[in-house]
Design a binder for this molecule. Structure first.
Ligand code: SF4
Length: 716
């Protein structure tokens, strides 16, 4: 038997397969970290179809983070100005159950909130939904995915009638033209970029268009880099559509047979002539025409995007405007083409399947749909009307709910909002007002633990068994390969125990996570994400598997062609089976620059770090790669401010300020500056990118515009 356990990298939504083995093996050298501590061996899993043995620096060094900075046992304090004291699980569970009951019967279930995470396994997500939305009757479960990909979810639902990325990674190696917009794939989804670049090296005719205000490592590899002004994505996309219409490079048959609302869209794009678009976007007409020509002349266009599109006050409109280009050219449902959102977190996709946002229910159902509520109530054995018909609070609603006293209990799990939320000073002040905050995490301290009344130690992915779904809808079983750290428990076990103490013993009578998963998949029956054929056992024997995977798949030879791509039959999940064009004019940035705040600040991620550094901040190799935060500024702007490289700048927005050393580079356009988002208060003084950002959100997805705000710069 192999000494290696197959699992999944728990960082990003690429979902690379890993193989891990214990530190000491007979006859083999022991792996050690830089302090000489023995660590688990990690290597890429060559048999994993998504990653084919590749890993980036985060996956390769994950073992170094396993035992660092861990929360060991429950801790409690009466108020935030006291020190924590050690508590037993018994005491912590008792206290939590009592507080939930008090809030439930004094303020109502709608005062109970849970803020979860794309780090959850699907079983964690599912039990949290059953507890919150089912048993307690509060739809106030939202996840940090709200800040990450909720615009993609809303865009898919509005255009196709259901969520779910239609493409697969194999499309990377079948496309004629990759159109990357609002994604620094080379740094943020490196293995996807590796696959694409390997293919392009062998197929020189394959074009790569990158749309990004920065000249990122992704853009450096492009055939065409369109460095548009921040907030002009819709102008650009409508401008490309205008040219395709003008050149008659549209698929009239597909538009007629498979779509609706094209006339309204055609009326909008009529206004986006090349000179208007080039002027608004700050690019040349020639470059705009080249982009349109690459689209029009390609048989198979694959567009990909992530935060640069989703984190926007018009995020859903941007997503739909990308999808429009695929609909007008018939580029969907066939190999090498389609609109493909790249998910940020390792299991944000599983969260979507399990209903892990405040407007969702398990199985890609919607809270506002009466039939969907009735189906879930019936399945859970609840009385009709138990699930609220109101959308629950989003992540930002919970912050404003703390401000206005409508939140009576906040339960935060596996995420670090004291770094990652917008308008951070306001967020922190709101967290200080919380009557009762439970913080459940594998790590301690974090920036958020300072705001908790109760700390609960959660088991890491390495210490519990569950599944995660990556961006190409591939589900991988992640078996526990270590004992839980000290007293840590799996997130789902913690939620289930609280549920039992609230009297829902039958609802949470699960012996293990395989039983949880078995129950969950039944709720996906006949839904777009049908995975009723999957089980822990099947995933163990068959390996990582894509959905849809209905139960009849498990009985017959697996038809992977059926699951690879969605919409191959060109029928969509809308009532009339047609995909809908969305007709949008560009609204631009929610906070454009002005004389008082003349620069646009854009935020992003670096190759080595993961989000708020809870893990990667403890890995020496990664710290050496990215030792400190910085602000990228164009030489022309640096000259006008009279600053030199590494000179410190104070950056002010309407909400807060931060300080960074300047990195003078032509990678950023004049008038725009860039700051990485990874540094919180634990790591650096006054270098929090989100001290500057604002919470203005997309009206459809309710995802905040974390990507851009107006700032002023002062040399210090
Ligand atoms: Fe992990 Fe993402 Fe890197 Fe793959 S690309 S090893 S999933 S961080």
């Amino acid at each position: 038997m192999s000494e290696f356990t197959k699992t999944l990298c728990p960082y990003c939504g690429v979902g690379c397969g890993l193989e891990v083995s214990p530190p000491a093996q007979h006859g083999k050298a022991t792996n050690r970290d830089s302090q000489g501590t023995p660590i688990w061996r990690v290597r890429g899993d060559k048999a994993h179809p998504s990653s084919q043995g590749m890993v980036c620096v985060k996956g390769a060094t994950i073992a170094e983070s396993l035992d660092k900075n861990r929360l060991q046992y429950p801790m409690i304090r009466e108020s935030l100005d006291q020190d924590f004291r050690r508590a037993s699980w018994e005491e912590a569970f008792d206290l939590i159950a009592k507080r939930i009951q008090t809030v439930r019967f004094t303020q109502g279930p709608e005062a109970i909130c849970m803020y979860g995470s794309g780090q959850f396994q699907t079983e964690d997500y599912y039990i949290a939904q059953k507890l919150m939305k089912g048993c307690l009757g509060s739809n106030n479960f939202d996840a940090n995915s709200r800040l990450c990909m909720s615009s993609a979810v809303a865009g898919y639902i509005q255009s196709f009638g259901a969520d779910g990325p239609p493409c697969c990674y194999e499309d990377l190696e079948l496309t004629d033209c990759a159109f990357l917009i609002g994604t620094n794939t080379a740094e943020c989804h490196p293995i996807i970029f590796n696959r694409l670049e390997k293919y392009r090296k062998k197929n020189r005719k394959v074009k790569l268009i990158v749309v990004d205000p920065r000249r990122t490592p992704t853009a450096e590899n492009a055939d065409l880099h369109l460095a548009i002004r921040p907030g002009t994505d819709i102008d650009l996309l409508n401008g490309i559509a205008h040219l395709l219409m003008r050149w008659n490079q549209i698929d009239v048959g597909f538009i007629d047979d498979c779509t609706s609302n094209f006339p309204a869209y055609a009326e909008v794009i009529r206004h986006y002539s090349p000179d208007v678009v080039a002027h608004r976007c700050g690019i040349s007409v020639a470059d705009l025409e080249t982009a349109a020509r690459y689209w029009g002349q390609s048989q198979r266009v694959l567009s990909m995007w992530s935060m640069g599109i989703n984190q926007s006050s018009e995020g859903t409109a941007k997503v739909r405007t990308i999808i429009n280009l695929h609909l007008m050219t018939g580029q969907i449902g066939k190999p090498g083409s389609g609109p493909f959102s790249l998910t940020g977190q390792p299991n944000a996709m599983g969260g979507r399947e399990a209903g892990g946002l405040s407007h969702l229910l398990p199985g890609y159902r919607l809270v506002k749909n009466p039939q969907h509520r009735a189906e879930v109530e019936n399945f859970w054995g609840l009385k009709p009307g138990q699930i609220s018909s109101e959308q629950g609070m989003t992540a930002w609603d919970m912050i404003t709910g703390l401000e206005n006293g409508t939140v009576g209990l906040l339960w935060i799990a596996a995420t670090n909002p004291a770094v990652s939320m917008p308008d951070l000073e306001r967020t922190k002040k709101a967290l200080l007002r919380s009557p009762f905050t439970i913080y459940q995490d594998a790590y301690y301290p974090t920036e958020t633990s300072a705001y908790a009344h109760v700390l609960l130690p959660a088991a890491q992915w390495s210490e519990k068994t569950g599944v995660m779904t990556n961006s190409e809808r591939r589900v991988t079983l992640c078996p526990a390969f270590r004992f839980p750290w000290w007293e840590a428990k799996a997130d789902w076990e913690i939620f289930a125990e609280v549920g039992r103490r609230l009297g829902f013993t039958k609802e949470f009578a699960f012996a293990n996570s395989a039983e949880v998963y078995a129950e969950f998949v039944q709720l996906t029956r006949d839904r777009p994400c049908d995975m009723t054929g999957m089980s822990h056992e099947l995933l163990q024997t068959q390996g990582p598997t894509q959905w849809p995977f209905p139960s009849n798949n498990a009985e017959s030879p697996v038809d992977t062609q059926h699951s690879k791509r969605l919409y191959t039959n060109l029928r969509f999940h809308t009532p009339d089976g047609r995909a809908r064009f969305g007709a949008y004019h560009s609204r631009g940035l929610a906070e454009p620059p002005d004389p008082n705040y003349p620069f646009v600040l854009t935020t992003g991620r670096l190759y080595g770090h993961w989000h708020t550094q809870t893990r990667t901040g403890r890995i020496e190799k990664i710290r050496a790669m990215h030792p400190e935060p910085f602000i990228e500024i164009h030489p022309r702007d640096a000259a006008s401010l009279g600053i030199t490289d590494n000179q410190w700048l104070e950056v002010r927005s309407r909400r807060g300020k931060a300080k960074f050393p300047a990195k003078i580079t032509k990678a950023i356009a004049p008038g725009t500056v860039f700051v990485p988002m990874h540094w919180g208060a634990l790591w650096a003084d006054e270098a929090e990118a989100n001290a500057l950002t604002h919470p203005e959100s997309c009206p459809d997805s309710l995802q905040p515009e974390l990507k851009a705000c107006a700032v002023d710069l002062t040399p210090i």
